[in-house]
Design a protein around this ligand. Structure first.
Ligand SMILES: Cc1cc2nc3c(=O)[nH]c(=O)nc-3n(C[C@H](O)[C@H](O)[C@H](O)COP(=O)(O)O)c2cc1C
Length: 180
């Protein structure tokens, strides 16, 4: 391979250089990674709305939790994790992810958490998924940059209440702006 020396800083977004050989460097574009789970599709819609809101400015990747591979947890500028609330908690797949995620992947990384939840007030006695996700990310050394947020659905399976996709987009823009 022709050694062109160290690449100059690229002008596309924030990134960092990582040494991959004696004199070879790889440029890693820092990304916003959104990891979600969804049973009936509502949380997936929120994850997409968040990704679309950030997409034009940021390097965004949206992954269903079952598709996450450890090498995708590198070069993170912000990790956002979202889950449906089930029994006051994230789904088992999100809980597994949080339990098994390698700590170095999250240490010192900006993190945020969201959930979807029923609008009926009494379910609140069990708590919600987002707070538990945020606590777990913080325990692994993540830097929580926004309070955990919940988005409301109608009934038990959705659809989302009116205006929630727009609220998700605004939430995402606000948290990224707060770090600029
Ligand atoms: C088994 C089960 C348990 C649930 N428990 C709660 C709960 O404790 N609190 C709540 O607000 N909503 C609860 N819900 C409603 C879910 O939050 C709702 O199905 C979810 O937001 C839909 O997201 P999804 O379409 O991405 O799966 C529950 C739903 C199911 C199916």
């Amino acid at each position: 391979m022709v050694n062109l020396g160290r690449p100059k800083a690229l002008s596309v977004g924030a990134g960092r250089r990582e040494r991959i050989g004696k004199s070879d460097w790889r440029y890693i574009l820092m990304k916003v990674l959104i990891i979600y789970n969804s049973v009936f599709g509502n949380t997936e819609q929120i994850a997409q709305a968040i990704g679309n809101a950030l997409g034009p400015q940021e390097n965004v990747e949206i992954l269903r939790v079952s598709n996450v591979k450890s090498e995708q947890l590198t070069g993170l500028k912000l990790l956002i994790v979202g889950s449906p609330t089930q029994g006051g908690r994230p789904t088992p797949a999100i809980q597994d992810f949080l339990k098994n995620v390698p700590e170095p992947a999250i240490r010192g990384i900006n993190v945020a958490a969201f959930d979807t939840r029923a609008s009926t007030r009494w379910v609140g006695i069990f708590g919600y998924a987002a707070g538990k996700i945020a606590d777990s990310l913080k325990r692994n050394g993540g830097i929580l940059i926004a309070p955990p947020e919940g988005f409301f659905i109608k009934g038990k399976e959705g659809p989302l209440k009116e205006g929630e996709l727009e609220r998700a987009a605004s939430w995402a823009k606000a948290i990224v702006k707060s770090k600029k």
